[in-house]
Write a protein that binds this ligand. Sequence first.
Ligand code: SAM
Length: 290
Amino acid sequence: MGRRFRLMDKVYGKVLPGCVNRFRGLDVVGDIAVIKVPEEAEPYRFEVARELLKHLPSVRVVLRQVSPTSGLYRVRGLEWLAGERRTTTVHREHGCVFKVDLAKVYFSPRLLYERLRIAKLVEPGEVVVNMFAGVGCFSIVIARLRPVSKVYSIDVNPEAYRLMVENIRLNKVEQVVEPILGDSKTVVESRLRGVADRVLMPLPELAYEYLPSAVTCLKPTGGWIHYYDFVKAGKGEDPEAKAVQKVSGRLLGLNRPWSIAYSRVVRTVAARTYQVVLDIRIGAHGDMKS
Ligand SMILES: C[S@@+](CC[C@H](N)C(=O)[O-])C[C@H]1O[C@@H](n2cnc3c(N)ncnc32)[C@H](O)[C@@H]1O
């Protein structure tokens, strides 16, 4: 039983001892706790939130997630439950600070390991393009931890862009991270063709469609693409193998040599649905042997 599970179990034990389906999720972003409330506990959600506040001294706000992340900007529906009435906070991770507004932008503290994993792969002097940057988390962690020469950090949500600009300044990486507002495919096609050693695609809903743009973005000598996707896998099926199979079909048509160097399940997002990342190595133009 994890720490978050034990905590919610304790909270429900106090407010609603008869509730059997107690854990539906708890995220802590800065000083805001976001919980999911099981249907049977809905009438007691404000009491649950007030009780939770007593157990988390650093938390000042409790919000309830009422709908999954959705829409172009991948924002989740929220309801205020307890504490201060706000949706903005500052989250700390890997020595970086991220200002976020949970009502207006995407942010997940659960990508903590993945952000560090990618940053550790970046070589000195690389040019990185982050096609779906949100408030700039991957871009800023990379720029703070690695001596990169440039990170182009693109997002289409004006509010995410505004916060990204602020986060770049707060983390003192203005010399390295260039924020760009716009659709990443359009931005890549118009001004970032052939510039990158590494491209990040942390938006499973669009990564498959935008994969050719990511390849276009890489230098003629090749480079890396970190590709995120959602995969459904039934009993006995391997989500990573399914992701590899899906992407292979797409890569075959792109006329560049490629190989998938690494894959992992980042998290389970729903019953038998997984977020998978593939680290794809793209070879040089005209070298179909690698
Ligand atoms: C899942 S979030 C990624 C957030 C970020 N990588 C992080 O670590 O927090 C996806 C982001 O892609 C943005 N987005 C959606 N469509 C886009 C597009 N066509 N071009 C650029 N950004 C886009 C959304 O606004 C959202 O901020």
